[in-house]
Each structure stands twice: as structure tokens, then as C-alpha cells.
Design a protein around this ligand. Structure first.
Ligand code: SAM
Length: 292
């Protein structure tokens, strides 16, 4: 087996050889601990028949472990300066491929179709660039790609919000959006010392398992998300007040909202953070006829 990329000594020598300097603006914090990398990959439960999509391979620390433990890994990297490095570090792994592209602009569905033809099990596994974690996750979820799930490292604060349950301070429209598409759990808290350079914030790994069916049936998905965002516009306000200030004006607006709340059996004095996904579903279906 080849020497691991993710040791402090090997990483340093690769970076020095290429005169690489980290770009903070691209969220470049590289992992230098193979133990952590292996644990991340363990949580993805890959087999030799799995495909892995990585976002931001850096110098290939995680890509290498994914290549060893899956059929194929495809990694999107935005920073051109990393391409010659990856060409060298990943040369022992012909089942790895780097695509030089901003993942937010990539047609990931098309890439899955062409690169993973004949592979039924696809996972997204990544140490995400922290400046764009939420757009990356939401963008991939909204596309409803044929993937089993995600195991990704991100800021602990965002991990807490994604996996939060109703009635907690972290629960909000992001928790609902992600939990609508997936079952979400935080599986690891990761110390700063396993990165170079060390990030300013705490890190965690979350596992998102894509649901086969949505947890609730809805008249209109887009409208449901609009209502959940409106309900959290100001966290300290009641659901009635938030909806009244956020929904478009019209005749009898407040009465219509009150009626919808009553039909959905939700007290108007409750705050958005206490409502379950099922309650938001009932409420948005009731509001649909008047406010869509
Ligand atoms: N996977 C490597 C590791 O764990 O050591 C590097 C992870 S580093 C936190 C994030 C990586 O994402 C960097 O290589 C960065 O250049 C890349 N990146 C940043 N924004 C990106 C984007 N929009 N699309 C693709 N890659 C991006």
C-alpha cells in the first residue's frame, strides 16, 4: 500500500514541493490525521461496489481513502493550483477522478449518470469548505440526486442546526429543510488539531441518509419551505405575528392565518421553533388556498 497523504510530514513536504499557500477564502483547511479520515469513511459504509463523490479534495487526503474503499471516487475541486498536486498524489489510484469545477455550478446529476454508470450505491463524502457548507448541501438535496446520503465535515454550529429537534434553540428552517430530505445525525466532533491550518471554529461530521419518501405529503413543497422560513423570520415572535408580517397583504389576512392555524390545531401564540415538520406541513397546506 502507498504511504498515506494525510500525515503532517507528508502533507508538509507536498505543500513545500509545490510552493502551495492556503487560500482562506476557499475554506482550505486540510486534514492531516488518517485516523479521523478512516472514521469519516467508516460512517459512509462504502463497499467495493460503491461510488463516492467528494467536494474539495485539497491535496487528496480523503480522496485517497475513498479510492481505497470504493469502486470509484469523483472529486470536484475549484482551485486550479491543486490540480498538478492531485495528479501526483492520486496517481496510484486509477479509480479516482478530479473535475476542476465549482461544485455549485456543476451538473452533478449528469456526472453521476456518466461516471457512475452501473454503480447503484453513491455517497457524498467530504470535508466541506466552510464558507459554503449550507449552499452545497441544499443545492445537492434539492436536485434529488440518486444518492444514498452524505457524510460530511462542517462547522459544528451548522451541524447542530441541521440535526436539531423541535423545541431546541438550534431548530430552525435549515433543520426542517435538511430533515425533510434526509435523516440527519451528528456522528463525530472533531478537534481543531487534525487540520492545517487549524480552523477558527469547532468542527463536526454529520451523516445525512436520504429518505426514500418525504416524511410528510404536501400540496406544494416550495410553499411549505416558504412558510417555514416565514415562521422563523424573527425567532422571538409568535407564529401568528411572523406569518402576519411575512405573508403578502390581502383582505382578511389575519383572519385567514388564524383560521389556518386553528384547522391545523396550532395555538397562534406558539413560536416556530416548537412546531414539528408534520405541524408545518398541515399549516402550509391550510394556508395554501389563500396565500399561494
Ligand atoms: N478534502 C481535503 C482535506 O480534507 O484535506 C480538503 C478540504 S478543504 C476543507 C476544502 C476544499 O474545497 C479545498 O480544497 C478548496 O479548494 C475546495 N473548494 C472550495 N470551494 C469549492 C467549490 N465551490 N467547489 C469545489 N471545491 C471547492
Amino acid at each position: 500500500m502507498h504511504k498515506d497523504i494525510a500525515t503532517p510530514i507528508r502533507t508538509k513536504s507536498i505543500l513545500e514541493k509545490y510552493g502551495f499557500s492556503f487560500k482562506k477564502s476557499l475554506g482550505q483547511n486540510f486534514l492531516i490525521d488518517t485516523n479521523i479520515l478512516n472514521r469519516i469513511v467508516d460512517h459512509a459504509e462504502l463497499t467495493e461496489d460503491s461510488g463516492a463523490i467528494e467536494i474539495g479534495p485539497g491535496i487528496g487526503a480523503l480522496t485517497e481513502q475513498l479510492a481505497r474503499r470504493s469502486k470509484k471516487v469523483v472529486a470536484f475541486e475549484i482551485d486550479q493550483r491543486l490540480l498538478p498536486i492531485l495528479e501526483e498524489t492520486l496517481s496510484p489510484y486509477p479509480n479516482s477522478k478530479v473535475i476542476h469545477q465549482d461544485v455549485l455550478k456543476a451538473d452533478v446529476g449528469q456526472v453521476i449518470e456518466t461516471e457512475f454508470a452501473g454503480i447503484d450505491d453513491v455517497m457524498v463524502v467530504a470535508n466541506l469548505p466552510y464558507y459554503v457548507t449550507t449552499p452545497i448541501i441544499m443545492n445537492l438535496l434539492e436536485k434529488k440526486l440518486p444518492i444514498r446520503g452524505f457524510v460530511v465535515m462542517l462547522q459544528k454550529e451548522v451541524a447542530d442546526r441541521i440535526s436539531a429537534k423541535p423545541g431546541t434553540k438550534d431548530y430552525g428552517s435549515l433543520s426542517i429543510a435538511v430533515q425533510y430530505y434526509t435523516e440527519a445525525e451528528t456522528v463525530m466532533i472533531v478537534p481543531k488539531t487534525v487540520f492545517v491550518p487549524q480552523p477558527n471554529v469547532e468542527s463536526a461530521v454529520i451523516r445525512l441518509t436520504v429518505r426514500k419518501e418525504p416524511p410528510v405529503a404536501l400540496k406544494d413543497e416550495g410553499f411549505f419551505f416558504q412558510i417555514t422560513r416565514a415562521s422563523f423570520a424573527q425567532r422571538r415572535k409568535t407564529i401568528l405575528n411572523n406569518l402576519t408580517s411575512q405573508l403578502p397583504d390581502g383582505k382578511a389576512k389575519k383572519e385567514q392565518i388564524l383560521e389556518a392555524l386553528q384547522k391545523a390545531e396550532i395555538e397562534p401564540t406558539r413560536r416556530g421553533e416548537t412546531l414539528t415538520i408534520e405541524e408545518f406541513a398541515k399549516l402550509s397546506d391550510e394556508l395554501y388556498k389563500d396565500f399561494k
